[in-house]
Design a protein around this ligand. Structure first.
Ligand code: ZN
Length: 734
């Protein structure tokens, strides 16, 4: 067994080797259509599950928001869930990408997927024509909103659930339909959308544009760089640069990590776009910033399976504690987008550490997020020991991670091979597969660490095979049927978290191993159409009931299986490596707070995270003009002369409002008001130095006066001061 190493150390070691012996100069990945993932590959069941899943979807229902916005007669009802609460239409773009990937990668035996793809593009073209101005989206009552934005009122965007993010999905879907299946109409609709976007943004000065970019917008910069590459027209490259978010990008140029507290998947697609813009513009400065942020996320912000973020946000660099305790572990979309970024970086400079990260994330997160038994996709992958994941169901769930989840399997062949010119091949991954007409790879990896590459025709040149942390270079001339046999180490080892804590994951080679922890109370395992059905709400297992490992003892691997094989169960993929004495001390302290936390959870009827866009919108945020939000010590906050939210007691009678404040805030005086009744007068005087504290206020009977049973909670300051900062808000009740 190897010594325990951090991912940082492991990847830096890879980087060093690359600097010494890595090949230099740009390479290109093969198009999906040139690569075949073999039937025997362990990726094939996930591809089949994906095909089954997309076939369950009705294109007319996905198109319904587009027809509605274009004023065309409806053919079918919209789907529910995220498809009919503001993000209407976002799934169709993912669906186009998924179909295009599956068709191109040879997974459309009966031609049905291609038929659906072409039909959707035809319908989108019809909607675009009906709109008349190039617009083609499902944003509810979008015409009025886009007109206001075009007139310079960019604040309109903040009243909605991420419209540009939504538009980006359609554009990316059309791009993939063009690039993967040469659908000419898709290209025309896409270019029309680009011109429509430019028609809006050209009316905004740079400060308004930058203000608008404070809201999530997917990879708009990436798709404009793509359209520049497709058309050669520089106006699209200029537009790609207008979608660069200075507040987030400027620190990257200075090699400063200011990611803590930012919504992760709002940023990562922009970084993939930054790399794509660097690629099409030939710009080393952008490459450097994209590589810098990749290294920060991969080596300092990621867990062993390649994912990042907790509750969708980047946490502190020096503590993964919240992640190890939370239901909402790394989001699958983040990793999908990290791999898009990695692909670009690798094409620019084929370093083994890019490929090594790609591999670990592909097996341990993306493949692991597809349930093949009951086809469905995962949103959050908790690292909390003995928790579980929930899976989407086709007609009910339209989360972002269903969208990217459908796209992934068709892309499994994307990164296996690359080439530089005609006589230099890179074999990046050991996967049963072929470059059509050139070579076939046969392997039982990761069972063993060997692979065989057989030439299907004579080949003279260079083959770089990644054997773990470096590329081995084979030069020569091979006849048809001749082979290269390659192997790589597959040692058991422990990889510690980058924060220096005693949490570690058990791995064999690049594969994360986990342990099943039973099937008790897998509440909501197959998600319904509820707004938050993507979260595994079942009970948390107390910290003192989960297994830990004695530091320094030989590594026990009995009962462990590759994490990508563990489904529909509770699991453990992180263990504390500690001593029995330390564990006993910690458990005694934990037990007390755990009991209180359980009771608090039991009584929680509704909750808002102030300062986070999505929960605030869902709870009807209203706020004074001077209201502001931010992030401090791990939590988002809001303050202002006043601000209010609507909370739902779900029928509870004895209700209390629980508010979280920061102990060093002082000089703030404000009232807490429930449905017009003052329930508390608060004075923050800095009496809890360096920590958060909560206060609980009873909601009197006379305040339970709304017909719908809900409670409007307002924080209002006296004498022109500020109410808050509020760091958490819950409605408790029995
Ligand atoms: Zn997602």
């Amino acid at each position: 067994m190897k010594m325990a190493v951090s991912m940082y150390a492991a990847l830096m070691a890879v980087g060093l080797q690359a600097a010494m012996e890595g090949p230099a100069g740009a390479v290109a990945l093969f198009p999906l259509s040139a690569v075949e993932v073999s039937e025997a590959s362990l990726f094939t069941p996930a591809v089949k599950a994906d095909v089954a899943y997309v076939k369950e979807l009705d294109p007319d229902r996905l198109l319904a928001p587009f027809l509605r916005e274009a004023g065309l007669p409806k053919k079918a009802e919209s789907y529910g869930n995220w498809e009919s609460c503001g993000l209407d239409g976002h799934t169709l773009g993912h669906y186009l990408s998924a179909l295009a990937n599956l068709v191109a990668s040879g997974n459309d035996a009966d031609g049905e997927l291609k038929k659906h793809l072409d039909y959707c593009v035809d319908e989108l073209a019809r909607c675009q024509t009906a709109n008349g101005d190039g617009r083609c989206d499902g944003v509810p009552e979008g015409a009025g909103m886009w007109a206001k934005i075009k007139a310079g009122n960019v604040e309109e965007i903040f009243k909605r659930w991420v419209p540009w993010y939504n538009v980006h999905k359609t554009m990316a879907g059309l791009r993939d339909a063009w690039e993967q299946t040469a659908n000419e109409k898709a290209k025309a609709v896409l270019v029309g959308m680009c011109d429509w976007v430019i028609g809006i943004t050209s009316q905004l000065d740079d400060s308004k544009m930058q203000r608008m970019l404070d809201q999530e917008y997917g990879g708009m910069n990436e798709v404009f760089a793509d359209v520049y590459a497709i058309t050669g027209e520089t106006k699209y490259l200029d537009e790609a640069k207008r979608w660069e978010h200075n507040r987030v990008f400027d620190p990257l140029y200075r090699h400063e990590d200011r990611l803590t507290g930012l919504h992760a998947n709002t940023q990562i697609p922009k970084f993939a776009g930054l790399a794509r813009t660097a690629q099409v513009a030939g710009d080393e400065r952008r490459w450097d910033a994209a590589d810098y942020v990749w290294r920060e996320i991969v080596t300092r912000r990621s867990v062993a399976f390649g994912g990042n973020s907790v509750g969708e946000h980047f946490h502190e660099l020096d503590s993964f504690k919240k992640l190890m305790a939370d239901r909402q572990g790394p989001e699958t979309c983040n990793t999908y987008n990290m791999l898009r970024l990695t692909e670009r970086l690798f094409e620019h400079d084929p370093r083994p550490e890019y490929a090594a990260f790609y591999e670990r994330a592909l097996y341990n997160h993306l493949l692991a997020s597809v349930n093949t038994r009951h086809p469905g996709f995962v949103y959050f992958t908790p690292t909390r020991p003995a928790h579980y994941r929930v899976y989407s169901t086709p007609a009910n769930c339209f989360w972002c991670c269903v969208g990217t989840g459908m796209e992934n399997p068709g892309r499994y062949g994307r990164f296996i091979y690359a080439h530089r010119g005609e006589n230099e091949i890179f074999v990046n991954l050991f996967i049963d597969s072929a470059i059509k007409g050139l070579l076939r790879q046969t392997t039982d990896f990761p069972e063993s660490g060997t692979t065989t590459i057989e030439f299907l025709r004579p080949f003279r040149g260079v083959v770089h095979v990644r054997e773990g942390n470096h590329y081995a270079t084979y030069k020569g001339e091979w006849k048809k049927g001749e082979r290269i046999r390659a192997s790589r180490p597959m040692e058991w080892h422990v990889e510690m978290l980058p924060d220096g804590s005693d949490w570690g994951a058990v791995m064999r080679g690049p594969i994360v191993y986990g342990k099943e922890c039973g099937k008790d109370r897998l509440d909501g395992l197959f998600a319904d159409d509820s707004r938050m059905g993507h979260v595994a709400w079942g009970p948390l297992v107390d910290a003192d009931k989960v297994e830990y490992r004695e530091a320094g003892k030989p590594l026990e691997t009995n009962g462990l299986v590759p994490f990508y094989k563990l489904h529909e169960c509770r699991y453990q993929i992180y263990w504390e490596f500690t001593t029995a004495e330390k564990m006993a001390e910690r458990r005694a302290a934990l037990e007390e707070s755990a009991a209180a936390e359980r009771e608090r959870e039991r009584r929680t009827r509704d909750r808002v995270q102030p300062g986070e866009q999505q929960p605030e919108t869902e709870h009807d945020l209203a706020a004074s003009k001077n209201s502001d939000k931010g992030y401090h010590s791990g939590l988002h906050w809001r303050h202002g002369s006043y601000f209010s939210y609507t909370l739902d007691p779900h029928g509870a009678k004895n209700c209390e409002v629980e508010a979280t404040y920061w102990g060093d805030d002082r000089g703030r005086e404000f009232d807490v008001i429930a449905n017009g009744v003052v329930i508390a007068s608060v004075k923050l005087e800095g009496r809890h130095h360096g920590e958060f504290f909560t206060e609980v206020y009873k909601v009197p009977e006379q305040a339970m006066n709304r017909k719908d049973g809900k409670i409007r909670v307002t924080f209002a300051a006296a004498n022109g001061g500020l109410a808050g900062g509020l760091f958490g808000l819950r409605l408790l009740g029995d």
